[in-house]
Design a protein around this ligand. Structure first.
Ligand SMILES: *Cc1c(COP(=O)(O)O)cnc(C)c1O
Length: 487
């Protein structure tokens, strides 16, 4: 589609777009309508997998109509499974249809969302503010931006943390790098998402400079943490960062955010909260008190492409002080910034992307069609379903809860009758894939508390009690089969 849409050729191309677009929308709607009655997921037929992998680079072009036919036949039916209400894997919701529609418009506009007086730039500013308002985080213009996801948002935030900590001891990390800088230390709970560690490694802290945070059954041993910080200071290192999770990926656990904030304040550390999955949980009145302290974070990351169901990709970094990010990323010298058209500067001054996609439109659309109340209801409903699933698990002799659910993630294990306890880890390790292969429910696994564990994450607005029952029945039956094999 390289020809410009002008002249006779362009007009014909536009007509083809109209026709193919309508056919695609109809095909997608048919597929979505049929989805809940089919298997959650199935492996691709061998021939099709091969065909896709070996697709030859075409020498000549084809028509959009053919393209749509191919997509509807060979691509659309072979999805990951997260469109199905019995999908409980990882942290992957179905897309909001408003977001899907908006994606078409965003692609058709195709702006690079950096700066300037075009709708996309203003919409991103508004949507970032909306996200902050949704979770009750303070927001000033410029103090946040959309990213590809929480992993990227975490790198953005922690670059701000690194710069601020080193600037405080007179070290300009952007000019000097880390050479000659004191060793920065980050205090990161064991259950924090791996993207935190990856960001710190990328930023040159070295994973050797990560310290565990003494959290036991959701309680912080602040005395032990402060002793560990004092020890690092005494050895000449520079304690810089404290991390908390507003919903861990393994079990949806909300860390004691207020207690962590107290330590960060007392010790002068940058406080970073990972709310990628769980920050929207604050909208559920049943658990909102657990999020107290989140507003005190220096930086908070959220993933609209998780609980909100914004079509991937949509992550968000929020900070108290936009200048912390601008200082870390802007290549425009401060003395020139005043002259820029926008007082808060361009998005490229606050992160590491230059050409940026129009993520705001699908995010705006998703929030706009539900409203704050609709989102809050969906979040509360998912949490209630998680508690319901926990009760089902507790009522099933061959299952056990690994943790009481706080949000919409339920961590649990199978203990099939007659299975030697030494083989339980083997059974639970093999369980997720075996359940997935049966096609009636989709669940994934992790290691939690040192043991192989299943985790069911409830994000689909159409998931209901019947799907919870299917999941429990599928796990119990599959576990029995696996146990019979290992015995
Ligand atoms: C998904 C997730 C991440 C990583 O986010 P991406 O969007 O996948 O980059 C980080 N933390 C938590 C708690 C998550 O659930």
């Amino acid at each position: 589609m390289s020809e410009p849409a002008t002249g006779a050729a362009g007009q014909a191309e536009l007509q083809a777009f109209r026709r193919a677009g309508h056919a695609l929308v109809d095909g997608v709607a048919d597929q979505l309508a049929a989805l809940p009655s089919g298997p959650v997921w199935q492996p691709l037929p061998d021939a099709l997998r091969e065909q896709l992998l070996e697709l030859p680079l075409p020498e000549g072009g084809g028509t959009v109509d053919d393209l749509v036919a191919t997509v509807l036949r060979d691509v659309l039916p072979h999805a990951m499974g997260n469109g199905h209400p019995a999908f409980f894997g990882w942290v992957n919701p179905p897309p909001s249809l408003a977001g899907v529609v908006a994606s078409l418009a965003a692609a058709a506009m195709n702006p690079s969302v950096v700066a300037g007086d075009h709708a996309d730039v203003h919409l991103e500013r508004a949507v970032v503010r909306w996200l902050a308002e949704l979770v009750g985080f303070p927001h000033a213009p410029g103090a946040g931006l959309l990213t590809s996801g929480a992993s990227a948002a975490t790198i953005v935030c922690l670059a701000g943390a690194r710069g601020r900590a080193l600037a405080a001891v007179g070290h300009d990390v952007r000019r000097a790098g880390l050479a000659g800088a004191p060793q920065l230390v980050a205090y990161v709970p064991a259950e924090a998402h791996s993207c935190v560690r990856r960001a710190l490694e990328l930023l040159g802290l070295g994973s050797g400079a990560l310290r565990d945070v003494p959290l036991e059954a959701g309680r912080l041993d602040a005395v032990a943490l402060r002793a560990s910080i004092a020890e690092d200071r005494a050895s000449g290192a520079l304690p810089a960062l404290l991390v908390g999770s507003a919903g861990t990926v393994n079990a949806g656990v909300i860390d004691p955010l207020e207690e962590l904030a107290d330590v960060a304040t007392a010790e002068g550390l940058w406080y970073h909260v990972d709310g990628a999955y769980g920050a929207f949980g604050v909208l559920d009145p049943a658990i909102s008190a657990r999020f107290r302290g989140m507003v005190r974070a220096d930086s908070l990351v959220l993933d609209p492409h998780k609980w909100l169901g914004v079509p991937i990709d949509a992550g968000c970094a929020l900070v108290q002080r936009g200048d912390d990010l601008r200082d870390a990323f802007s290549l425009i010298p401060p003395y020139l910034r005043q002259n820029a058209g926008e007082p808060v500067g361009t998005f490229a001054e606050y992160g590491f992307e230059q050409t940026r996609p129009f993520r705001a439109l699908k995010t705006w659309a998703t929030i706009a069609v539900r409203g704050r109340a609709g989102i809050a209801a969906q979040v509360a409903r998912a949490n209630a379903l998680a508690r319901e699933l926990a009760l089902l698990i507790e009522g099933e002799a061959e299952l056990e809860l690994a943790a009481e659910p706080e949000t919409s993630i339920v961590a649990f294990r199978a203990r099939p009758k007659g299975c030697p306890s030494a083989r339980l880890d083997d059974v639970n390790r093999a369980l997720p894939e075996a359940v997935q292969a049966r096609g009636r429910a989709f669940v994934t696994g992790t290691v939690f508390g040192g043991r192989e564990t299943l985790r069911a994450c409830i994000l689909h607005p159409d998931t209901g009690s019947e799907h919870l029952a299917t999941l429990v029945a599928e796990v119990v039956e599959t576990a029995r089969t696996l146990a019979a094999k290992v015995r």
